[in-house]
Write a protein that binds this ligand. Structure first.
Ligand code: ADP
Ligand code: MG
Length: 737
């Protein structure tokens, strides 16, 4: 038991300091404060480049005083001391109101640490009433060798306006002196530490907070970073082991059944990837421990067939399968297309009735008429329905199954542990689980967010898939292109094809549609909103296009999330049937919608969407062997940072490349869904993109540790660190996965 880490802070640093730390940092334990690591380190010998200091953030920088002057204020009583500081390149004006200490201490030539918010006023950088500390005379380290002192890195802690980095540093050095670090039980197994030559925990804590040379904190940080990865991966490995130890019903393939009949009637041959994944699924479904698998595949890679074949194996073995889609539109589409694909193998309640060699496919969504919904629920509960397709409504308490053997979750990359568990609870024994996503997930993110699932990838598209060409249409530099977009649409329609027009908003005054399963920041989150501009909305665009000469006589329809579900399905059906030629919609069509005849997608104000969202969207065209075109329309100036995203999407159709690009633009916390409250993300030192090696190594170690010692009885400090990690706040992070 690492009692020292659990100890209340007041026992080690006194009541007063403990109260200050709790008030400003919310930390109450020894372990909490020891693990409050510096964000970075400043080098005493170097001045901070002033031009690189971020604006409007709490920053700490080292600078030299150039000049200082004090005068009485005109409008009110008191004095104003203006100090000019420099990094030898640029200067920064620092103003102090009644700054007696500043006037006395900040003399020309002196160097000091300054902490505060740098703002820009009338084109000049300035800092008002910052906290400062002289560097040249270091009162805390009297008698220290000046050369050694010059080399000592200064730890910079995430500070607040009320609590400076150096106050935090002081409290932590006190803690390092008083805490009983030698008693710490190390969460890292001895053999791992020996192999990696990691510092022991006590020394690592000392060096990360009070390094004497830069190499000190680097070594300490490597160790803690690995520890973080190991704790996370061990938590996931333990969960995997627990899931694998559960007992499921084996659903073995049968020699003659619906699946074999289905394979015979398939109009195409499976790609090599589809066959390989199919084989894996068939084997795992035949086991009496539950399958828990993530299937990643580019848009259009043919995941649905793979899932359908798995569902048929389960149905053949006497079980039921549920397919969960993120939206009602998508659920309805799956329902239609799966019944179409099954053909005579699909039994439609009263109509079909082609004997035991058919499966009843049932749609069950929240917005269905009560009678139909009741019937669907009855069919699920009685086992009449072999395949049940729905939305999250399937999660509701009053839906039950006769014998649910397999759950397939489609197109939802943020379908967390909690939802998976709710679904698992729908069967007496845990059902097999297949999660599918078209959003490419870099390996390490998959290992982190979906670490409790095994992963398969479909990386080839079926033959005959036509390429999509993507172009950025910049209206700022080429206003004339606005009309050209619509004549281009007309050409497509005259050639017998169909067009999607996507808008960021529904009406004149709203914030856009809810887009399922996406947690992407909008451009506004990334760059600040900038000057207000009128964004394309579905209603306004429909109105405009009705009067657009190039589209005269073209049948067009709006589609968005706020419409009545019946209207939505009718609109979608009419578009699928090629009656509606042009669909103006929000991102409701983002995932899964599959209309082969659609060849052109126009995305208006495309800069309002994130990279992977744009990639998803354009995957809706070029699906039927016809080449697809995607126009990313923007009114932003060519140099605007958001245009970079559009250029990236236009430059490649490789989803994995794009998702790496995307992650670079997003904050770590957004990827992991961790709360950013207080500026602390769930992962402290680990960066899922940068530290792939660390994560992979830790995953392997964790796997071995958990395999040899499932209860972690011989790894009590690691087990404790996992519990600490899974505290409610962080558990939410895992659950949201
Ligand atoms: P996604 O992976 O995006 O969900 P779908 O499963 O919707 O892809 O498949 C896209 C289209 O490709 C569907 O119309 C499907 O029938 C077709 N398809 C799937 N597999 C193959 C294949 N092996 N050969 C040809 N077409 C295929
Ligand atoms: Mg799909």
């Amino acid at each position: 038991m690492n009692a020292e880490l659990e100890l209340g802070l007041e026992r080690r640093i006194g009541k007063r300091s403990a109260a200050v730390i709790e008030k400003h940092l919310g930390i109450t334990t020894v372990g909490g404060l020891l693990n409050y690591f510096p964000r970075r380190y400043l080098n005493r010998g170097e001045l901070t480049p002033i031009s690189e200091v971020p604006l409007d953030e709490e920053v700490t920088l080292i600078a030299r005083v150039v000049s200082s002057s004090t005068r009485a204020m005109r409008a009110r009583r008191g004095t104003l001391t203006d100090v000019v500081i420099t990094d030898d390149d640029g200067t920064l004006k620092v103003s102090f109101f009644n700054g007696y200490r500043a006037k006395a201490e900040l003399l020309p030539g002196r160097r000091a640490l300054f902490s505060g918010k740098v703002t820009r006023y009338a084109g000049n950088l300035s800092l008002t009433n910052p906290d400062f500390q002289l560097l040249d005379e270091d009162p805390d380290t009297p008698g220290m060798d000046p050369e050694k002192l010059a080399a000592m890195p200064i730890p910079i802690y995430p500070a607040t306006a009320k609590l400076t980095s150096w106050s935090i540093q002081k409290v932590i050095s006190t803690l390092l002196d008083t805490a009983d670090l030698e008693l710490l039980d190390d969460p890292l197994p001895g053999d791992v530490s020996a192999r990696e030559k990691f510092l022991p925990a006590a020394e690592a804590y000392r060096l990360i907070h009070t390094p004497e040379v830069p190499g000190d904190w680097q070594r300490a940080r490597d160790r803690f970073r690995y520890q973080e990865a190991l704790v996370l991966q061990s938590a996931l490995a333990r969960r995997r082991a627990q899931l694998a130890a559960e007992e499921a019903t084996a659903r073995r393939p049968v020699a003659v059944g619906i699946l074999t009949a289905f394979d015979r009637q398939l109009p195409f041959t499976l790609t090599a990837g589809q066959s390989a994944v199919g084989k894996t699924l068939a084997e795992e479904l035949s086991q009496d421990s539950p399958m828990n698998r993530l299937l990643q595949g580019e848009v259009g890679s043919g995941k649905t067939i793979v899932a359908l074949r798995a569902m048929l194996q389960v149905v053949d073995a006497g079980g039921q399968a549920a397919l969960l889609a993120p939206t009602e539109v998508l659920a309805a589409q799956h329902f239609e297309s799966i019944r179409r694909t099954l053909g005579p193998l699909s039994r439609d309640g009263l109509l079909g009735g082609s004997g035991p060699d058919a499966v009843q496919v049932t749609l069950l969504t929240g917005s269905m008429p009560v009678a139909a919904r009741k019937q669907a629920m009855l069919d699920a509960a009685s086992g009449t329905a072999g395949i049940v397709i729905g939305t999250h409504a399937l999660l509701s308490d009053n839906v039950s199954f006769y014998d649910l053997g397999l759950i397939v979750v489609d197109e939802q990359h943020r379908f967390g542990v909690e939802q998976r568990d709710a679904l698992r609870a729908k069967a007496s024994k845990p059902p097999h689980l297949l999660v599918m996503t078209a959003t490419p997930i870099p390996r390490t993110v998959a290992m982190t967010v979906f670490g409790d699932l095994e992963t398969s990838v479909l990386d080839e598209l079926p033959a005959g898939r036509a390429p999509i060409s993507t172009h950025v249409v910049g209206l700022a530099e080429n206003p004339g292109w606005a009309g050209r977009i619509w004549s281009r649409s007309r050409e497509e329609i005259d050639a017998g094809h169909q067009v999607y027009v996507v808008c960021p908003k529904i009406g004149e005054d709203d914030d856009g549609d809810f887009s399922p399963g996406e947690a992407e920041p909008t451009a506004a989150d990334l760059e600040g909103d900038g000057p207000a501009r009128e964004l394309a909305s579905v209603t306004a665009v429909v109105e405009h296009l009705q009067d657009e000469p190039a589209l005269a006589g073209v049948s067009l329809a709006p589609l968005h999330g706020r419409q009545d579900p019946a209207l939505k399905s009718a609109t979608m059906a009419s578009f699928t049937a090629n009656e509606t030629k042009l669909l103006v919609s929000t991102t409701v069509i983002e995932v899964g919608v599959d209309v082969h005849n659609a060849t052109l997608m126009v995305i208006l104000d495309a800069d309002r969407f994130g990279i992977s969202q744009l990639h998803q969207l354009r995957g809706r065209v070029g699906r039927g062997g016809l080449p697809g075109t995607c126009l990313l329309v923007t009114t932003l100036e060519p140099g605007h940072p958001s245009r970079r995203r559009l250029d990236a999407v236009a430059a490649t159709t490789d989803g994995f490349e794009l998702s790496q690009e995307d992650l670079k633009l997003r904050r770590e916390g957004d990827i992991l869904g961790a709360s950013q409250s207080g500026g602390r993300s769930a992962l402290k030192l680990l960066r899922v993109l940068e530290h792939e090696d660390v994560i992979a190594k830790a995953r392997q170690d964790a796997q071995q540790i958990v395999a040899a010692d499932p209860a972690l009885a011989g790894h009590s400090a690691l087990a404790e660190a996992i519990e600490e990690y899974l505290n409610p706040e962080k558990e939410a992070f895992l659950e949201r996965g």
